[in-house]
Write a protein that binds this ligand. Structure first.
Ligand SMILES: Nc1ncnc2c1ncn2[C@@H]1O[C@H](COP(=O)(O)OP(=O)(O)O)[C@@H](O)[C@H]1O
Ligand SMILES: [Mg+2]
Length: 375
């Protein structure tokens, strides 16, 4: 049974819809991220599930309880929804020790003293903050404070945990570390996590499913690797992945053998779709992830796909991002190793694998995936 169901949820602020007819089904134990650019409605969605914001319309169910229904006039207050929060600004109480910060909520819930003691001990261990239990927040680093905040949120054993950009105040290294910890926490607590972030990498690496939003409207709801390899539309394709997917405008025409002839500004090719599909537009966008552009060091005119020149080269050690010029088009390739291509070097490139995508240029919707050979 799903843990959280949103049905036709809309939130209007004046005339603008912050969240627009959202249907979302979150299963028990999922780690969902609400992902999208700033202002797309992520926080509003989270706050509505939590009960901190009242939807204009729709219905929300948590577990077997309807917690909000505009039709039936139901609106259960946040403290009765059995959920925990962790917000971006996780202010700890400065006059309380780490121990007291974690215990405070449990005292309010009238837990017995021995129960509180054992629960706090458990959390101190889980978050590896035992040595700091007697310290005050001001005596802790940012990462340690963050752990205390997480411990405090987890203390009452919420079945559902809401996290709104909880790592955005941390430096890059700590953020990476905390991501790992959050993923482990999710497994060990078996709670349902609903996590808000604008960081696609965070969403990709943490979640079981990504809900990608734009202007209050859900664009795609799928496991991260599916959003990556089978994005529903151009927005999803562009938002996820770094460096971004290459997009090339082309004219498309079906051929009798089921393939699609493609004519772009700087090359012609033949696209072999993975599955039967109906092409009912001629303006398409070819989408190619940087890792699917293979580079052949030795320039052999005509032999290896397309002739290209190195426009810029950015080795980062483990991998190298190479910008390539094909005619007037600049393409981005990523290769897994450090290579120092000189600028203006002539190379050959080809399109690898069968995860090349075709989009309808007008609607932006993904049409099909397949392989692409130049001709
Ligand atoms: N209390 C509010 N009053 C008016 N507009 C709001 C309020 N909260 C959010 N909004 C608007 O709703 C939209 C979605 O906001 P929000 O959910 O905070 O986006 P996100 O978390 O994705 O950055 C934005 O356009 C924002 O300006
Ligand atoms: Mg927000």
């Amino acid at each position: 049974m799903p843990e959280i169901i949103l049905e036709n949820i809309t939130k209007m602020f004046g005339k603008t819809a912050a969240v627009d007819h959202l249907d979302l089904l979150i299963h028990s134990g999922d780690f969902i991220t609400l992902l999208g650019p700033s202002g797309c409605g992520k926080t509003t969605t989270l706050r509505m599930i939590a009960g901190l914001e009242t939807p204009t319309e729709g219905k929300i169910t948590i577990g077997d309880r309807v917690v909000f229904s505009s039709e039936d006039g139901i609106n259960i207050p946040p403290n009765k929804r059995d959920v925990g929060f962790l917000f971006q600004n996780y202010a700890l109480w400065p006059h309380m020790t780490v121990y007291q910060n974690i215990a405070f909520g449990l005292e309010n819930l009238k837990w017995s003293k021995p129960d509180i003691e054992s629960r706090v001990a458990e959390l101190l261990a889980l978050l590896k903050i035992e040595p700091f239990s007697k310290r005050y927040p001001s005596e802790l680093s940012g990462g340690q404070q963050q752990r205390v905040a997480i411990a405090r949120t987890l203390a009452p054993n919420p079945k559902v945990l809401f996290l709104d950009e909880p790592l955005s105040n941390l430096d890059a290294k700590l953020r990476l570390e905390m991501r790992t910890e959050l993923k482990r926490l999710h497994l060990s607590t078996k709670a349902t996590f609903v996590y808000v972030t604008h960081d696609q990498l965070e969403a990709m690496t943490l979640s079981t499913k990504v809900c990608l939003m734009k202007n209050g409207i859900m664009q795609q709801y799928a496991p991260p690797l599916e959003v990556y390899s089978q994005p529903a539309n151009l927005f999803a394709a562009d938002f996820v992945g770094n460096p971004a997917m290459n997009f090339i405008d082309a004219k498309a025409a079906c051929r009798p053998d089921g393939s699609v002839g493609l004519k772009a500004d700087s090359f012609s090719g033949v696209f072999m779709p993975d599955e039967k599909f109906k092409l009912d537009c001629s303006d398409v966008v070819i989408g190619i992830r940087p890792e699917f552009i293979g580079i052949h060091d030795e320039f052999q005119p005509g032999l290896q796909g397309l002739d290209a020149t190195v426009y810029s080269n950015m080795p980062s050690g483990m991998e190298t991002t190479v910008k390539l010029k094909v005619g007037e088009t600049i393409l981005t390739s990523v290769i897994f190793r450090g290579v120092d291509y000189p600028v203006d070097k002539k190379v050959g490139i080809s399109f690898l694998g069968d995860d090349i995508l075709l989009f309808d240029k007008e609607s932006g919707l993904k049409l099909v995936s397949g392989s692409l050979k130049t001709e």
